[in-house]
Design a binder for this molecule. Sequence first.
Ligand SMILES: Cc1cc2nc3c(=O)[nH]c(=O)nc-3n(C[C@H](O)[C@H](O)[C@H](O)COP(=O)(O)OP(=O)(O)OC[C@H]3O[C@@H](n4cnc5c(N)ncnc54)[C@H](O)[C@@H]3O)c2cc1C
Length: 395
Amino acid sequence: MDIEIRPEDQPFADEVQRWLDEHLVGEFAEHRGVGGPDDPAAWELRLRWEKKLSAGRWLGLTWPPEYGGRGATLSQAIIFEYLYARAQAPYRLGVQGQDLFGPTLLMFGTPGQKARFLPKILAAEEFWGQGFSEPDAGSDLASVRTRARLDGDDWMIDGQKIWMTFGTSADWLYVLCRTDPRAARHRGLSLLIVPARQPGVEIRPVTNMLGDGGFCEVFFTAARTRADLVVGAPGDGWKVAMAALGVERGTLLIPQQLGFEREAEHVLELARGRAGATGLSHRLVDAWIAVRLMRVTTLRTIGELVAGREPGAQAATSKLYASVQHQRLLELATELLADDMTVTGGGYALKALQRAFLLSRAETIYGGSSQIQRNIIGERVLGLPREPRPGSTGG
Ligand SMILES: Cc1cc2nc3c(=O)[nH]c(=O)nc-3n(C[C@H](O)[C@H](O)[C@H](O)COP(=O)(O)OP(=O)(O)OC[C@H]3O[C@@H](n4cnc5c(N)ncnc54)[C@H](O)[C@@H]3O)c2cc1C
């Protein structure tokens, strides 16, 4: 996939490319493409890389300069992501802070909160974990039961969160808590900023299918945070959490698309050399078509964002389509490579395609499961009758 760079953005694109050429060398070049949104591979190396990006002021490009950003345009941020992904620079570790919590704080934070937290995110000094999901509150997030109550100058928090990505490395957590148990489900919630390293917070790693431990569950037992560390007003937690989940991440579509195209080309290349691929050729053709459809959708969505328009209905289908097609492609790779994809016994190191296959299983769950995406598309795009909700009478 190529993007067109406008003449006025060419000096910026040249600067990005020069920086990548100079810095993506040595151990970083040896780890091209390492990591992913939920893949903690090569953590220490990626931390060193993130510090370099920070020193070059390449993190939070569109954020205001007073918080360490460059106040760059969306077009420039897109150019950066494109050249970054094309060079296969290591996947950034600070996604939670840079792409989810930071933009939310820019929207809802007080000047004091922004000044305290945003520069540390862009300095790659403080990392964040998202504490939304609970054992009985995932798709039905309004069922959150972790509670917080004011105790003097602090909030005191008790409860449990689960499936926190990179939580074991987090310095701070943004935690959706029930602060008014008498209010209606969505209304009694607040989003609190909670220090992760304190006696009342126990972070237990959860090992995923790959044997990695970046994932965790978090137990709060009389954990504390200052009363003013609430994002938005107390009781606004639902609105703020929904904004965090809906932060426009159009720029991240580019690395996803380029990664997908690279993987698809790799699978096709493997198939070209295998007689056994004949039985799979129709599905390989379908995979190739899907990648091209996704390219068109990605470019359309980005075009609309750059033009300052709300992305059209096609953007709503991106997450659902991309996650399902990615799983199909990797299932195809698994069938194609059969013996090479099989893991037996202990003491093995997973190969890149094996890791990708296992990690892809989660893509139809996180960020809103496929069923929830279909509900959203059905109701908001197609105007179909509203699906019954938990706790409702089906209206
Ligand atoms: C890799 C990974 C990383 C994650 N990282 C984080 C994180 O950092 N922070 C965090 O807070 N959470 C995180 N999550 C949790 C994620 O947000 C939830 O797993 C997701 O919202 C689904 O919730 P659940 O697991 O409780 O499943 P459930 O909500 O219990 O759903 C179970 C099944 O029922 C279906 N279903 C549920 N409701 C409906 C409905 N109304 N209509 C039709 N079908 C329905 C679902 O689609 C699913 O198939 C992560 C999850 C994964 C897999």
